[in-house]
Design a protein. Structure first.
Length: 229
């Protein structure tokens, strides 16, 4: 028995309960459901178009670049344009995300590699679980679909964000997580990324790419995808 289990067992003995009583679980569920909502800033609120506009403006303010395409099939062409415009090699690493796998990569000259990055990749693409309009942030989940190494090791991080996954504030992202995965079913890590990596530790001089990607390019897809995972 671990220390954690021993502590909980001691508490249950003191309360004369086993921990699985239905009335106690119902009380906890009711209290969680009725928990008051904190203050949510108005900046990221509004209808879907307003949230997208705010997201793009805030992402730009954080020095990320944003492009919008109509359909998922347009994503490979947009990524090829981005790499070409920045004189970057036509090589791209990605995970096993089904959203990305279904895109027509063969219609471009991009060379695609799969799996986590070992730190030698210049370019990588991942699919975002959600976006936050208030701050221009993308929420990225760990796992084989989108390995976390792809978000932090390559110099150029590209994130595909379906427009219908843009929430007004961070509270909406965690609500979406609970609805998608249920109790105890979430990913090991949720990374919230706002703009490229930066540091101003030395003489207050801003340096991009200090601890991660020096570029963050977000491709918003207007096509609806329904389920988030």
């Amino acid at each position: 028995m671990s220390s954690r289990e021993a502590i909980f067992a001691s508490i249950r003995r003191a309360l004369h309960v086993a921990g699985g009583e239905a009335p106690r679980r119902e009380i906890v569920a009711e209290r969680l459901a009725a928990a008051p909502v904190g203050v949510i800033p108005a900046r990221g609120q509004g209808d879907a178009e307003a949230r997208l506009k705010t997201f793009a403006a805030e992402a730009d303010r954080a020095q990320a670049s944003v492009a919008t395409v109509a359909e998922a099939a347009d994503v490979p062409k947009e990524i090829a344009r981005f790499l070409r415009e920045h004189n970057l090699p036509a090589h791209l690493r990605m995970g096993d995300d089904p959203l990305l796998a279904a895109m027509p990569w063969s219609a471009t000259a991009l060379e695609i590699a799969h799996g986590p990055s070992d730190g030698h990749d210049l370019n990588a693409v991942t699919a975002a679980f959600a976006g936050i309009a208030e701050t221009g942030t993308v929420a990225l989940l760990s796992g084989p679909d989108n390995p976390t190494t792809l978000n932090f090791l390559p110099d150029n991080a590209i994130v595909v964000l379906p427009a219908d996954r843009v929430e007004g504030a961070i509270e909406g992202v965690f609500k979406r997580l609970r609805e998608t995965f249920g109790p105890g079913g979430g990913p090991r890590t949720v990374n919230l990324v706002t703009g490229p990596s930066r540091s101003a530790d030395i003489e207050q001089t801003l340096l991009l790419g200090a601890h991660g990607p020096r570029r963050l390019h977000i491709v918003i897809v207007k096509e609806s995808f329904g389920s988030t995972h």
